[in-house]
Design a protein around this ligand. Structure first.
Ligand SMILES: Nc1nc2c(ncn2[C@@H]2O[C@H](COP(=O)(O)OP(=O)(O)OP(=O)(O)O)[C@@H](O)[C@H]2O)c(=O)[nH]1
Ligand SMILES: [Mg+2]
Length: 230
C-alpha cells in the first residue's frame, strides 16, 4: 500500500489499485493567453507543468487516448497558453505552457512565469499538480523553481519522468534517484517513469488521478459553496 499527500489540506491517501478510469469525452474548453483572465471553473483541475518539450501535451494525449488532440511538436514552445481540457464533464486536465523555452522573448518568458504562478495561486479547484521532467536530464534551476512554487502554493507535485523509452533499463533507477534528489522532493513523493511511445506508466498515473477525483472531485462544488480555503 502506498500513501501519498498531494495538497496541504489533505491527509495522507492510500492509493487504490484500480483500473484506469474510462475517458468518455474530452473537450478543449478554454484557452488562456498571457493576458487572458483565468476561468472560474467549478470542477476539479489537475495540472501538468514542466519545461518546454518535456512531453506535457504528449502525456495528456496518452491519458485521453487521443493522438494529437493536445497539439505536440518536436520544436519547443508549442503550447504557449493554458489549455483546459474538460474530461467526462467531471474534471479538467490543465496543460500549462512550458517554461525555459530559450528562444522566446525574455519579456514573454517572464509573463508566462507570472501567469503560471498566478494560476497556481488563484485556482480554487486545482488539487493535483504533476511536474514533468525528462528522465535523461538532471532537473535544472527552472525545474527546481517550479517545484518550489508548487510547494509554496500548497501542492506536493507528483513527479513524472518522461521519455522513459530513451534510457537503458539499467540506468533508470539512477536517473530517478537523481531527479528526486535534485528537486529535493517531499518525503514519499511518487516519481513515475512514463513513455508516451510505449504508454508505460499510464496506469500508475491514473491511480493518482482516480484517487484525487474520488477524494476531492465529487465534493468540490460543495467546498466552493462553503468557501473552502485552499
Ligand atoms: N521518445 C519519446 N518522445 C516523446 C515522449 N513524449 C514526448 N515526446 C516528444 O517530445 C516532443 C515534445 O513533446 P510535447 O508533448 O509537444 O512537449 P510539451 O511539453 O507539450 O512542449 P511545449 O508545448 O513546448 O511546452 C515531441 O516531438 C514528442 O513526440 C516520450 O515519452 N518518448
Ligand atoms: Mg505542449
Amino acid at each position: 500500500m502506498r500513501k501519498v499527500r498531494v495538497h496541504r489540506n489533505c491527509s495522507f491517501f492510500t492509493v487504490p489499485q484500480t483500473k484506469a478510469m474510462k475517458i468518455k469525452s474530452v473537450n478543449l474548453e478554454t484557452v488562456c493567453g498571457v493576458t487572458s483572465r483565468l476561468p472560474q471553473n467549478r470542477m476539479l483541475e489537475i495540472a501538468f507543468a514542466g519545461r518546454s518539450n518535456v512531453g506535457k501535451s504528449s502525456l495528456i494525449n496518452a491519458l485521453m487516448n487521443r493522438k494529437n488532440y493536445a497539439k505536440t511538436s518536436s520544436r519547443p514552445g508549442k503550447t504557449q497558453t493554458i489549455n483546459f481540457y474538460n474530461i467526462n464533464d467531471a474534471f479538467y486536465f490543465v496543460d500549462l505552457p512550458g517554461y525555459g523555452y530559450a528562444k522566446a522573448a525574455p519579456e514573454l518568458i517572464k509573463k508566462w512565469g507570472r501567469m503560471i504562478e498566478r494560476y497556481l495561486k488563484d485556482s480554487r479547484v486545482l488539487r493535483l499538480v504533476f511536474l514533468l521532467v525528462d528522465i535523461r536530464h538532471k532537473p535544472n534551476a527552472n525545474d527546481i523553481q517550479m517545484y518550489d512554487w508548487c510547494v509554496e502554493y500548497g501542492f506536493h507535485p507528483i513527479i513524472i519522468a518522461t521519455k522513459e523509452d530513451k534510457v537503458k533499463r539499467s540506468e533508470k533507477q539512477k536517473r530517478l534517484r537523481e531527479i528526486e534528489e535534485t528537486l529535493g522532493v517531499v518525503e514519499g513523493t511518487p516519481v513515475i517513469p512514463f513513455s508516451s511511445v510505449t504508454k508505460s506508466g499510464r496506469e500508475e498515473i491514473f491511480e493518482y488521478i482516480d484517487m484525487v477525483y474520488e477524494d476531492f472531485g465529487k465534493d468540490i462544488l460543495r467546498e466552493l459553496e462553503q468557501g473552502f480555503e485552499k
